[in-house]
Design a protein around this ligand. Sequence first.
Ligand SMILES: N[C@@H](CCC(=O)N[C@@H](CS)C(=O)NCC(=O)O)C(=O)O
Length: 203
Amino acid sequence: MACYKLIYFNVRGRAELTRLCFAAAGLNFDDVRIPNNEWATMKSTTRFGMLPVLEVDGKKFSQSFAMARYIAREYGLYGKTNIDMFQIDEVVGLAEDLRDFFVKIYHEKDEQKKNTLRDKFDKTDLPRFLGYFEKLLTDADSGYFVGNKLSLADLAVYDVMEYPLDQRSDILKDSPKVKAHRNRVGSHDNIHNYLTKRVKTVI
Ligand SMILES: N[C@@H](CCC(=O)N[C@@H](CS)C(=O)NCC(=O)O)C(=O)O
């Protein structure tokens, strides 16, 4: 078994999907969280000046989706066929499209623009994507996005819904399949175990 060290800031952000892959696979990994005030001195020591960095047996890798996919492939979370992988990537991409909307809101400094974006997110963007997720789960008809077992796709949707749900806990009231899916993923033994111990952060 390889030795894994995942280095990121003390947020879910771009590292959480990989953390969830480790959790789902029941793997131990060194979850290193760099305090913001240490980053300036550390930045130049990383290959691309960014986090997350994943060390596999001491060898360093970058790019959050490359690492999540690597772990997913290693531990059976990436389907069986190329078409499964295609579908998984499609869902992961969709989840990231949704994330782009709220990341923009999170970073907006102008309060008025922030409120306008938030309103659009609540009334248009989020319902639109929940509709897509609902339809995908209906078509898959297995309780999972692709095939009949947990994959990177399920973890990506679980992860992307965290921030919107923290903002408003009732957003899944008209999305029964997404809600049931969320409960299914969250009650997966290894994931449940990880979530109960996870450090609580805003993003
Ligand atoms: N495409 C990269 C983007 C990484 C990235 O933007 N990391 C940000 C944190 S989310 C970062 O390191 N920011 C600090 C900096 O650029 O100095 C990935 O997905 O890993």
